[in-house]
Design a protein around this ligand. Structure first.
Ligand SMILES: [Zn+2]
Length: 124
């Protein structure tokens, strides 16, 4: 258990890469020891992924379905660490599902799908 204090640090966590950003100092107004230095206060895209989002890309986040719990959501999926971004145009060519309409335009996918996508795209 991390030590708690009436002063802590809150972070916004990127739903795509889980990077912490926009860190802020938190203070318990009643001065009770309820806070730690590592608290998630918000979910939001980091600069890098905001830029890709603004360009219209769809984020694919690879998960291990066997190690993840149902229902799949950002809190209980086991991420393999692989990510890919594809254009909306390519997404519609490859997948037979609607473009994800969540705020991060993120879709979870099996790990090997990212490997397959990489064979389709020329490497830079
Ligand atoms: Zn990110």
């Amino acid at each position: 258990m991390p030590e708690k204090s009436y002063v802590g640090m809150g972070h916004t966590v990127c739903p795509i890469c889980t990077k912490k950003h926009n860190s802020t100092i938190l203070i318990d107004k009643r001065l009770r020891n309820t806070l730690t230095n590592d608290m998630v206060t918000d979910i939001g895209l980091c600069d890098e992924h905001q830029e890709l989002y603004d360009k219209g890309y769809i984020a694919l986040v690879a998960i291990d379905e066997e190690k993840s719990e149902l229902p799949f959501n950002l809190d209980n999926v086991y991420r393999t660490g692989k990510l890919a971004h594809i254009s909306q145009e390519l997404f519609e060519q490859i997948f037979d599902v609607p473009v994800p309409d969540n705020p991060a335009r993120l879709m979870m996918c099996p790990d090997d799908l990212i490997d397959k996508l990489q064979t389709l795209q020329p490497t830079e």
